[in-house]
Design a protein around this ligand. Structure first.
Ligand code: GDP
Length: 303
C-alpha cells in the first residue's frame, strides 16, 4: 500500500491592517512581505470598502493587506489627522491588526496608534522592527516585557524588515489567525504595481538609503512626468523636503549626493522596467508640507 498523501493544510485568506507611526518601517516591511505585487482587478464585494495595498499568496493561503492611508508614509501632524477615518475603519474591520514599532523604543506616537488598535476586537500582533540595530538582543527582553505588560497583544514578533529576518515566523503567526477561506484573488489578478508608483518608490528608497542619518524622516517623491519613448522612458521627479537645510543635504556638495541618488535610482528602474531610463531629479521645499492638505492631496495621501 502506498503511503497516503499528506493532507494539505486548509487554505486561509483574510485581511490585515498593518499600522504604526511614521518611520517605523511599514513600507519596508510590506515590501519585504509582498514584493511589489498588487491586485489589479477589483476585489470581491466583501472587501470593496477597502483599498487593498498588497497581496501575499503562498501555499498557506492569501493575506490581503488593507490600505491605512497616512500610516504608510512619513510625516506627522496633518498626516496623522488624515489617516484617522480610513485607517480606523481598516483597523476595525481587518481580520488581524498588526502594529509595528521599533525594537527598544516606544514613543507617544506609538501609544496613540495603539489607542486606535485597542479599539479593534480582532486579534492584534505587535511587530518590533529594526532588531538589526540592537547589538545586544538580551537587553530587549525588559523592553518587550514592559510593552507586553502595558498593552494587549496576542504575540510579539522581532523582525528586521530590512534584512528579512523573522518574516516567516510573522507570516505564520498571521496565517494562524486568518479564517479558513479560499483566496480572493486569482494569480492572474495580481500584478506588479504601476511603473509611476514604482519609480517614485525607487527614488524614495535611495533618498532613505543614502541619507538615513541626516534625514530621519521620510521624504515625499512626486513623479512630474513619465514618458515612454520606444525603448526608453523619460522620467522627471521631484523630491519634496520641508526645509531649505534639508534641500542642501539632499543635493550635497557640488550636487554629488543628488547625482548619486539619481544614478542608483535610475539603475534600479532600468533593472525593473527592463529598458533605458533618463531620470531628471529636482529637490523642492514645501514649508510644512505635512500640514498642508492641498499638498497631501497632490501627493496622493488624502482621500
Ligand atoms: P514607514 O514610514 O513606517 O513606512 O517607514 P519606512 O519603511 O519608510 O522606513 C523608515 C526608515 O527605517 C527607512 O530609512 C528604512 O530604511 C528604515 N528601516 C525600515 N526597516 C528597517 C529595519 O529592519 N532595520 C533598519 N535598520 N532600518 C529599517
Amino acid at each position: 500500500m502506498p503511503e497516503p498523501a499528506p493532507v494539505p493544510p486548509a487554505a486561509r485568506c483574510g485581511t490585515v491592517a498593518l499600522v504604526g507611526r511614521p518611520n517605523v518601517g511599514k513600507s519596508t516591511l510590506l515590501n519585504a512581505l509582498i514584493g511589489w505585487r498588487l491586485s489589479i482587478a477589483g476585489p470581491k464585494p466583501q472587501t470593496t470598502r477597502h483599498r487593498i495595498l498588497g497581496v501575499r499568496t503562498c501555499e498557506q493561503g492569501q493575506i490581503l493587506f488593507l490600505d491605512t492611508p497616512g500610516l504608510h508614509r512619513g510625516g506627522a501632524r496633518a498626516l496623522n489627522r488624515q489617516l484617522n477615518r480610513a485607517a480606523r475603519r481598516a483597523i476595525g474591520e481587518a481580520d488581524v491588526v498588526v502594529q509595528i514599532a521599533e525594537a527598544g523604543r516606544w514613543t507617544g506616537e506609538d501609544e496613540a496608534v495603539y489607542e486606535a488598535v485597542a479599539e479593534s476586537t480582532r486579534p492584534r500582533l505587535l511587530v518590533l522592527n529594526k532588531v538589526d540595530t540592537q547589538k545586544d538582543k538580551a537587553r530587549l527582553l525588559p523592553f518587550i516585557a514592559d510593552v507586553s505588560a502595558a498593552h494587549s497583544f496576542g504575540a510579539v514578533y522581532l523582525v528586521s524588515a530590512r534584512r528579512h529576518d523573522g518574516l516567516k515566523e510573522l507570516e505564520n503567526g498571521i496565517f494562524a489567525l486568518l479564517p479558513e477561506a479560499p483566496p480572493v484573488f486569482g494569480a492572474d489578478q495580481i500584478t506588479d504595481r504601476n511603473e509611476r508608483f514604482l519609480a517614485a518608490e525607487l527614488v524614495r528608497e535611495q533618498v532613505m538609503l543614502q541619507l538615513a542619518q541626516e534625514l530621519p524622516y521620510s521624504t515625499a517623491v512626486e513623479i512630474e512626468d513619465f514618458q515612454d519613448r520606444g525603448d526608453r522612458s523619460r522620467i522627471e521627479a521631484t523630491i519634496w523636503v520641508e526645509r531649505e537645510g534639508q534641500k542642501a543635504i539632499v543635493i550635497g556638495a557640488g550636487a554629488a549626493r543628488l547625482k548619486a541618488i539619481g544614478m542608483a535610482a535610475r539603475r534600479a528602474m532600468e533593472h525593473l522596467f527592463e529598458r533605458r531610463v533618463d531620470l531628471r531629479l529636482h529637490v523642492k521645499v514645501t514649508e510644512n508640507w505635512s500640514d498642508d492638505t492641498g499638498a497631501l492631496r497632490r501627493f496622493g495621501y488624502a482621500e
